[in-house]
Design a protein around this ligand. Sequence first.
Ligand SMILES: [Zn+2]
Length: 397
Amino acid sequence: MPPRVNSAVIRRLNMVRVFHALRENPSASQAELGRLTGLDKATTSAVVTQLLEEGLVERTETARTRRIGRPETALNIAPSAGLLVGARLEPGTIRIVTATLAGTVIDHLELPGSTDLGEAVARLRDGIGRIVAMSGAGLPLRAIGVGIPGMMDRDGRLALAPNFGWRDTAIRPLLESALLESELGAPVHIDNDTKAAAMAERLFGACREVEDFIYLTGQSGVGGALVLGGRSYRGARGFAGEVGHLTVEPGGRLCGCGNRGCMEAYVSELAILAQAAERGRPLPDLWAVTAAARDGDAAMLGLLDEVGGRLGLALSYIVNLLNPELVVLGSNLSIAADFLLPPLERALERHALEPHRRGLRLLVSPLGPDAVLMGGIALAMEGFLSSPMPGADMLLG
Ligand SMILES: [Zn+2]
């Protein structure tokens, strides 16, 4: 029954549009939602009715009145609509946040991480239990989103997480069954941490109006996400976006992937610290390297200039290929952005075609190192909105 399937898909898309419009424009009226989404009056009304019936949206009378007639009714995402959990799993730490269904953060929690899979899952489960008890107060737990520094395939299998030493792991069912045992049953959505962070920029950050952008992060490795036509581009198996392994120096520094001369081998925080140590500056983190450069340390100024140039060379391949509107430097790359951007721009001028560069914007992530954590919330929100809801068929009849 193709027409029925189509109408279900269209209804879902309309619902998601209205939901996001309301999230970004709290207290909008039904008429304003129609204008914001471009949906006609009858469709907007049907979607709003459904959202009200499901308890996701509530009406409140506002003091605002039309020039003539009844007071306008404001709509809002109901605070009682439920809770989202976002988490960032790293070898050393597990960070968890809760948010309302509208994406407003409620509580934070930080726990020690583990590279033992069973132990990491158990700690994450216990942490989710604690934070839900803290901020839940009887609210339904709608979805959990987890960002992890690893390659996730399209089926949610973790193919490889080099920092953890995990490969070919069905991490989502593991976590889901652990949560069910603790009576915390909720759908779990897991993705690569950089793709999750890019989704957070798209939903909550600098890329709300941007359809085509490249998002880069750099800690132990350099992660990349390609958002093309408003969607995260995943490639055939789900691994698209590994920009850290573009070669910028054939035969150069050894990379964690086993190849030589990858961009990551120069640009990740770990690689920057290794190069700083080789130049007689054994510094603890990227903040310290940046501080030394700010104090005029010529060796560190020279190093960051080289790093920005390598990053710009790798970016020029992507810009020539994909013609993005925006490139966002996120996570730890944002720390050194003042020093990375000038050489990066010079490299783009040298290697990217002029028509591509015209109108290309470079931006430091406003979410900064928190983007991955908000990425968990973004995964949870997207997952919740794309999963079937009770009563969703009601209006198809
Ligand atoms: Zn590599």
